[in-house]
Ligand binder design. Structure first.
Ligand SMILES: Cc1ncc(COP(=O)(O)O)c(C=O)c1O
Length: 441
């Protein structure tokens, strides 16, 4: 029998973890979301070791960040070299920055021929809304119920989650929010096609009722991430793009989390041959080295003149070096294809586990990104956020790190690094199965 990869000795947190958690809350504001009480020490590939020496398999990739695996040796080496040579400059090109821009553009669909480097995904979505406005001279932006584009002003405003907005007063004027398909919870008849038609009709009606005639563009995620890994039916995104083209507005895609092989293609836009005018990129582009970017058509981003877009550490030599090193690893190790292979193993077994679990209402997603929606009752679909928290802790006790998202806080993210192998996939599935079924005891 193969040796177990994971090992958890005793209850969590372990003694050193407990000390650090206590100290953490004494000094840093306690504003982060619910997590299992695990204090990470080191990680390699998909294996995480905590400060008490416990070993886990990671289904989080941070938060869909470390697509090439934690601390990939090639990335570590490249970044160490870059740090020793030149950590920062501002706005001047370096060899690393020129190479990173070339490498990124060469990995993008052909129509996206310019990029610009930033630091966070929020900064990139913020930039998308600004460019939309400058390019069109209009100010209205269409966003989506359940959309998440970060916690900055435009990102939170265009998004359709209450969390980033509640308690902060009026949001950005001109945002028109419309429904996004949520197949598992849809009561619209006619299957996928009916749901797409319904959402397109609601879009048209919302614009008719709310627009002052100043539409600049729409910003949409290829699947709703924070809202619960909600994937729209095929045909919806192309319908949105066609609608935007017909209205003469810009079509911007938030690929902050859906890119870098997550969905089984390098970019989620490739599944249905979307040709967005603007794309926000984050997370996997830096695999933990703070980096983000926008990609655009030259004529779109060209509306900005010299000095009109900058970012203090965006495109610095260290993050630029990371951008190129990561793309090289993705190509060299065929990580997109590995994600497709391992994702299929995960999905198949998760669907089998769903049949045996009283609480696993929905298994959805593609490639290496899936959502497990927990409900107290599969017929009424009552969300089960408390059970979700229990499952997070139970999985950690058994050696698997997971996190939750969702409008109702009841969706487990299945998003391991793309380097996962079959043994790691099966051991982690065994843990998930055991943990889920143990909730029924
Ligand atoms: C789709 C999407 N857009 C934007 C963001 C914001 O990125 P960041 O946290 O790097 O600012 C996130 C973060 O989770 C995201 O998932």
């Amino acid at each position: 029998m193969a040796e177990r990869i994971t090992r958890v000795n005793g209850p969590l947190p372990g003694p050193r973890g407990a000390e650090l958690l206590k100290e953490w809350h004494r000094y840093e504001a306690d504003t982060t979301g619910f997590q299992a009480p695990v204090v990470w020490d080191s990680a390699s590939g998909v294996i995480v070791t905590d400060v008490d020496g416990n070993r886990y398999i990671d289904w989080t990739s941070g938060v869909l960040v470390t697509n090439i695996g934690h601390c990939h040796p090639a990335l570590v080496k490249a970044v160490q070299g870059a740090v020793a040579r030149l950590i920062n400059n501002y706005e001047c090109p370096t060899e690393a920055r020129v190479r990173a821009a070339r490498d990124l553009v060469n990995h993008l669909p052909g129509h996206l021929d310019r990029c610009f480097f930033m630091t966070t995904g929020s900064e990139a979505t913020e930039a998308c809304t600004r460019i939309m406005k400058r390019k069109t001279g209009c100010f209205e932006v269409i966003g989506f119920h359940g959309g998440f584009h970060g916690r900055t002003y435009a990102g939170a405003s265009v998004g359709g989650m209450t969390g980033p907005k509640r308690g902060y007063g009026p949001t950005m004027p001109g945002v028109i929010r419309v429904p996004y398909p949520y197949p598992y919870r849809s009561s619209v008849g006619g299957g996928d096609a009916g749901l797409v038609d319904y959402c397109m009709t609601m879009l048209e009606e919302a614009v008719r009722a709310n627009s002052t005639g100043s539409l600049a563009g729409l910003l949409v995620e290829p699947y709703l991430g924070a809202a619960g890994f909600i994937f729209p039916p095929d045909g919806y995104l192309p319908a949105l793009e066609a609608w935007a083209r017909q209205k003469g507005i810009l079509f911007a895609l938030d690929e902050v989390q859906s890119s870098y092989g997550r969905t089984g293609t390098m970019w989620a836009m490739e599944h249905e041959n979307l040709t967005p005018d603007l794309v926000a990129i984050g997370k996997g582009i830096g695999c933990g080295i703070p980096t983000a970017a926008i990609a655009a058509r030259r004529e779109v981003v060209g509306v900005l003149g010299k000095g009109e877009m900058s970012s203090t550490v965006g495109g610095n030599p260290v993050s630029s070096t990371a951008v190129s090193a990561i793309l090289k690893v993705m190509d060299g190790e065929n990580l997109v294809a590995n994600g497709v292979k391992i994702g299929a193993i995960l999905k198949k077994r998760l669907l089998e586990i769903q049949d045996r679990s009283r609480y696993l209402g929905d298994v959805r997603g593609r490639g290496m990104v899936m959502g497990l929606e927990l409900v107290t009752n599969k017929t009424t679909k009552e969300p089960a956020p408390d059970l979700t928290k229990q499952l997070i802790c139970r999985c950690a006790e058994y050696g698997l790190l997971i996190g939750s998202v969702g409008i109702y806080g009841n969706v487990i993210r299945v998003a391991p690094p793309l380097v996962m192998n079959e043994a790691e996939a099966h051991e982690s599935l065994d843990i998930m199965e055991r943990a889920l079924l143990s909730l029924q005891d």
